[in-house]
Design a protein around this ligand. Structure first.
Ligand code: KIV
Length: 266
């Protein structure tokens, strides 16, 4: 199976086939996600919370993102790898945006990048796509704007806010984004945006009508408990499984059961 491309995203939207996407941050998890046949892996700056144990994504650096994206690219045979632009890697200037986006492609093996924002990043998206860097945009709840938004809140709930999000969606499409993440917005608003745009929408907390879905892998497999948004569905509880295994190991070491002859050399 060849690696997923942005053309495959377009084909899936045209054929009304759902696009599947998950985050991953290292070789081991990326290998599993890739083997499962997921279309795209986002190396999200959410790694700040689920890997680094930070309060929010704001302190994550460009060098950290490159480090994690390299590991994911090494493991991904078929899934498209998308690098997530961290806070302040693109906001200050278009030149920063293009240079840092270029690092994901040149140093880390990604095929595309994602950045947060609407109209305010339109020129950045234009400049990146002009440099042949495919861009996934991201509107609605944008975690890098947590201080402006006053927390992780559902966006686009009033008529005016919904209208603004529809406008922003068209702006990023016109700027050249190949797809658009819609995070934490009402499902009817996501449906309208999905129907109006020719590029695929990928939802997270945006209901069933999006062209695809993305979630954080740690949420899907039950490895992160500190903060579980309403839109998460947990498909396994690996934290519980890991805890059981580690407790069993501890007990066997303490009782002299492990290692046995089987794990020893003669
Ligand atoms: O950082 C991230 O993982 C994200 C997705 C959850 C959309 O932005």
């Amino acid at each position: 199976m060849p690696k997923t491309t942005i053309q495959d995203f377009f084909k899936k939207k045209a054929a009304r086939q759902k696009i599947t996407m998950l985050t991953a941050y290292d070789y081991t998890f990326a290998q599993i996600v890739d083997e499962a046949g997921i279309d795209a892996i986002l190396v999200g700056d959410s790694l700040g919370m689920v890997v680094q144990g930070l309060e929010n994504t704001l302190p994550v650096t460009m060098d950290e993102m490159i480090y994690h994206t390299k590991m994911v690219s090494r493991a991904s045979k078929n899934a498209m790898v998308i690098g997530d632009m961290p806070f302040m890697s693109y906001q200050a200037s278009i030149e920063d945006a293009v240079r840092n986006a270029g690092r994901f492609i040149k140093e880390a093996g990604a095929s595309a990048i994602k950045l947060e924002g609407g109209a305010e990043v339109a020129e950045h998206i234009k400049a990146m796509t002009k440099s042949d860097i495919p861009v996934m945009a991201h509107i609605g709840l944008t975690p890098q704007s947590i201080h402006r938004m006053g927390g992780y809140k559902v966006q686009g709930k009033t008529e005016e806010a919904a209208k603004q999000l529809i406008e922003e969606a068209h702006i990023v499409e016109d700027a050249g984004a190949f797809s658009l993440i819609l995070e934490a917005i009402p499902m009817e608003l996501a449906r309208r945006i999905t129907e109006e745009l020719s590029i695929p929408t990928i939802g997270i907390g945006a209901g069933t009508h999006c062209d695809g879905q993305v979630l954080v892998i740690h949420d899907v497999i039950g490895l992160f408990e500190r903060f579980v948004p309403k839109f998460v569905k947990r498909y396994a509880n690996l934290k519980e499984e890991a805890l059981k295994a580690i407790e069993a190991y501890k007990e066997e070491v303490e009782k002299g059961i492990f290692p046995s002859e089987e794990q020893s050399f003669k």
